[in-house]
Design a protein around this ligand. Structure first.
Ligand code: ADP
Ligand code: ASP
Ligand code: MG
Length: 597
């Protein structure tokens, strides 16, 4: 009999009436012939309330006790949900994470799932029970209760769907699907019928809170069809599957991370190992960094800027201060009034001009772009927080995201009609058998592209419109731009670097020189031959150590990282072209233990 997993978020179980309504949904699915597992979150804002309560006792609660506290929210919900189902005349059993056997590592408050036993679940389902599982929690090897990180009930749901080989995982929430951007911020946003795992992953990690990004990693790794839909209206929602909604469209969605902070470390030695020295101190505190940009400055000195979540800023500055102590040089500067706006799309990699269209739209909206990083499937910019929603709107509008695509992608049956995977897909099986823990990092490949050249414009004035002008001109010249990074940090000095095919370098230099002169920028320099080294896989960003391993192994060989960008599925670094082959070999070795072959 086909299994279905239904997950109800906090607002969907906020009071007794809503719990009963969710219970009806579960019973309905059982009556339609499914075995049903229900995953529930804490009621309403219960978890926030518990966090607040802890804060009233101490500002430094032990993470273990925090988990003990937070896990109670879900325990309340499962019991009530089971009672609701009993009251409607059906069989149900509630289980905590520990009772199910969700084993995690011991990193309290952000634990990772290692394994899930299915025996007890299977038995209860076979006996005709609806199983009610507490979301967001697990247990470590010493029987300590752990939690999976805020929003982690999604993860419990998708992980259970994966191990039970469920037909689908339904995520019931307070919106009726995944929108092109957060509909509460941009009312013109449109519900998508379908979205690819990679786009959803990227959007989730860039601020689209509708799904927890690690749950989408799970979905992708194990091929679980995810159906995001409304708890309150009975209508089809959004299928998160392998294929995107529309082919040929460069951008599928946009996202905003409002509470970001920029950290800039200036005047550090421009030598291999400097970035590693700084970023490893940050990784040691388990802080995720994004938008890492390194600029080569004057007199053998470099600047490194990156962003962290604003909440992580105190810890990040502490880490940087330690690193500056190690390096014996450098200064620290930060801005905690910034937000990150991103455009995401699988089609971006194959089209020119996406970046300049975004920069132009931002410039027309009067938004000054403080930092830029791009990857194959996303462009992120850092802007002042005050204008961030306007910036998001400008991006949403310029890519026409409010309008349904003209050429829809292949249709995907909603959960009822989806094919039941009778076994995990072969590659998923390969993954599972090789992993010690289900959420472990998986690397699919390490590749070298040594066909590109890099251009850098120094001292770009810090005002709207310049990036737009540069990339419009380059696109009008018919050139393809791959990586773009810009940082504005120290004393308003902005440096813009990008890569083009090596054979187009002369043309690009001519066009860039004209723009630089027109806007009063500094010198344009270039490197005729750079090597782009890429590591791709699943969990690239949520495992903070990936970029670190790359920096470390390259630094050990004395190779300097000139540019970097990260996405959920790939980390790219640019190094001097002479080091391409050596860099490739060293990265292959560095990731040998997690490389799928
Ligand atoms: P739950 O408690 O059910 O897990 P969440 O609050 O975690 O619900 O997620 C649902 C919310 O995600 C919506 O209310 C919406 O404001 C927000 N959201 C952010 N980005 C998007 C998006 N692209 N599409 C839909 N909702 C989004
Ligand atoms: N209750 C937890 C939280 O609020 C988990 C979840 O809702 O997904 O973060
Ligand atoms: Mg959620």
């Amino acid at each position: 009999m086909a299994i279905i997993v239904q997950k109800f978020g906090g607002t969907s179980v906020a009071d007794a009436k809503k719990i009963l309504s969710a219970a009806h949904k579960a019973i309905g699915a059982q009556q339609a012939g499914h075995q049903v597992v229900v995953v529930v979150s804490a009621m309403g804002k219960n978890t926030d309330m518990l966090v607040d309560l802890a804060g009233q006792i101490t500002d430094r609660p032990l993470a273990r006790e925090m988990d003990m506290l937070l896990s109670t929210g879900e325990q309340v919900s499962v019991a009530l949900m089971a009672m609701a189902i009993h009251s409607l005349g059906h069989k149900a059993v509630s289980l905590t994470g520990a009772q199910i056997g969700i084993k995690t590592d011991s990193s309290h408050t952000k634990a990772r799932i290692q394994s899930i036993s299915t025996e007890r679940l299977g038995q209860l389902l076979d006996e005709g029970h609806i199983v009610i599982a507490a979301g967001f929690q697990g247990i470590d090897e010493n029987f300590n209760i752990t939690t999976l990180g805020r929003g982690g009930s999604d993860l419990t749901a998708v992980a259970l769907a994966a191990v039970l080989r469920a037909e689908a995982c339904e995520i019931y929430t307070d919106v009726d699907g995944v929108y092109t951007t957060d509909p509460r911020k941009i009312p013109e946003a449109r519900r998508m019928a379908q979205i690819s795992y990679d786009e959803m992953l990227e959007l989730a990690s860039l601020g689209a809170g509708v799904m927890h990004s690690r749950s989408v990693e799970f979905g992708k790794k194990f091929g679980v069809p995810i159906h995001v839909r409304s708890s309150f209206v009975d209508a089809p929602g959004t299928m998160v599957v392998a294929e995107p909604e529309a082919s040929g469209q460069p951008v599928g969605g946009a996202a905003l991370t409002e509470d970001e902070a920029r950290v800039t470390v200036s005047d550090v030695p421009d030598q291999p190992g400097t970035s590693y020295a700084i970023l490893s101190r940050i990784a040691a505190k388990n802080i995720s960094v994004d938008m890492i940009v390194q600029n080569v400055g004057a007199e053998g000195k470099a600047d490194i800027s990156f962003t962290v979540l604003r909440n992580d800023l105190p810890l990040a500055t502490e880490a940087v201060t330690e690193a500056l102590g190690d390096l014996g040089a450098g200064t620290l500067d930060y801005d905690d009034q910034v937000s990150k706006v991103s455009a995401v799309g699988l089609g971006m990699a194959r089209q020119t001009g996406v970046a300049h269209q975004m920069f132009r739209a931002l410039s027309d909206a009067g938004v000054n772009v403080q930092m830029i990083t791009t990857s194959e499937i996303k462009i992120s910019v850092l802007v002042e927080r005050r204008g961030a929603v306007d910036a998001l709107r400008a991006v949403h509008q310029t890519f026409g995201l409010g309008t349904p695509p003209a050429t829809p992608g292949p249709p995907v049956a909603a959960s009822k009609g989806a094919a039941v995977p009778d076994a995990l897909a072969p590659d998923a099986l390969a993954v599972v058998t090789r992993l010690a823990g289900m959420e472990d990092l998986v690397i699919e490949g390490v590749v070298l592209d040594d066909t590109q050249a890099r251009l850098t414009i120094a001292d770009v004035p810090d005002r709207p419109g310049i990036a737009a002008a540069v990339f419009e001109k380059i696109a009008a010249g018919g050139l393809f731009v791959d990586m773009i990074v810009q940082s504005s940090g120290h004393q308003g000095r902005t440096i813009l670097s990008f890569t083009v095919p090596a054979q187009d370098l002369e043309t690009a230099l001519g066009l860039t020189g004209e723009i630089a002169a027109e806007f009063g920028c500094g010198a344009v320099t270039s490197s005729p031959h750079v090597a782009k080294l890429s590591v791709s896989g699943v969990g690239m960003r949520s495992h903070t150590g990936v970029a670190m391993r790359m920096f470390k192994s390259l630094a050990e060989l004395g190779i300097n990282v000139e540019m970097i960008n990260t996405s959920e599925v790939r980390v790219n670094v640019v190094v001097d072209g002479r080091h391409g082959q050596q860099g490739l070999a060293c990265l292959q070795q560095a990731f040998a233990d997690v490389l799928l072959s």
